[in-house]
Design a protein around this ligand. Structure first.
Ligand code: TMP
Length: 236
């Protein structure tokens, strides 16, 4: 399926229409941003890693009963996906304290939780993606009660599947962000990407950060971290 007109350009991806109104092509870029676009840069090879990694994980999730937008990998950077309307919620699951959780609650990073947490942000760049709870999401008509329940149970299921899978690669899944979309018939599917841009991934033995925090925090070794995750995923 060939891409036709560009529908949208985001911070890390472009989305194209195809001849089939129910399918789109997503093209992954090497552009990186942080802090709502305030910090900009390039992570060479990131588009390839994020595309191929997301596709591998989406296939795994499909097999485990989580419906996703994934259809077919077209090339290193391009993937055919089902067309969705994105639910404007960023769904964040955490297994270990880090990032904004550590900051908000004044705790160190690395505390392992007894149970995972879930939180929502309103996906709205102009407002800086403010945190909200399910009642706020309902009040703002971002999703229905039933959709929020579906999204919650899918997100926890994704966490179970991915935590176990990353463990086999010697990686601790600290936290991650998911986005969901509605197909034309209203079915909720997992959309967007699952990559070192959207997950915190720590080496299980050394706690070395293998994700975008290296870019956010100017730690260096950004490309090498993405490459390391890719290598482990591809079994090299
Ligand atoms: P946080 O600790 O900064 O709230 O981030 C939680 C997780 O969400 C982390 O794995 C990184 C991911 N994330 C995104 O994918 N996009 C974003 O815009 C932000 C702020 C975080």
């Amino acid at each position: 399926m060939e891409k036709t007109v560009q529908l949208y350009e985001g911070k890390a991806k472009k989305v194209y229409a195809t001849a089939d109104e129910n399918l789109c092509v997503v093209a992954y870029k090497d552009d990186a941003t942080a802090f709502n676009g305030l910090k900009k840069g390039t992570i060479v090879g990131k588009g390839v890693v994020n595309n191929r990694m997301s596709n591998l994980l989406m296939r795994l999730l499909e097999k485990q009963g989580v419906p996703t937008h994934f259809v077919e990998e077209l090339s290193d950077r391009e993937t055919l996906v089902k067309k969705v309307k994105i639910v404007p919620l960023e769904v964040i699951i955490r297994n270990v304290s880090a990032g904004s959780f550590a900051k908000h609650y004044g705790v160190e990073e690395g505390i392992v939780f007894d149970e995972p947490t879930i939180e929502f942000s309103y996906k709205n760049d102009d407002l800086g993606d403010p945190l909200l709870n399910a009642y706020h999401a309902l009040a703002l008509k971002l999703a229905t009660k039933k959709e929020i329940e579906t999204i919650k149970s899918m997100a926890f299921k994704v966490n179970e599947v991915l935590t176990a899978y990353f463990k086999t690669l010697g990686i601790r899944l600290v936290d991650f962000k998911l986005e969901f979309g509605r197909l034309s018939d209203g079915t909720i599917v997992l959309a967007d990407e699952i990559s070192p841009d959207t997950c915190r991934l720590w080496d299980i033995n050394t706690n070395e950060k293998l994700d975008k925090d290296r870019f956010r925090r100017d730690m260096g070794g950004v490309e090498d971290a993405y490459k390391e995750v890719f290598k482990r995923l591809m079994g090299e």
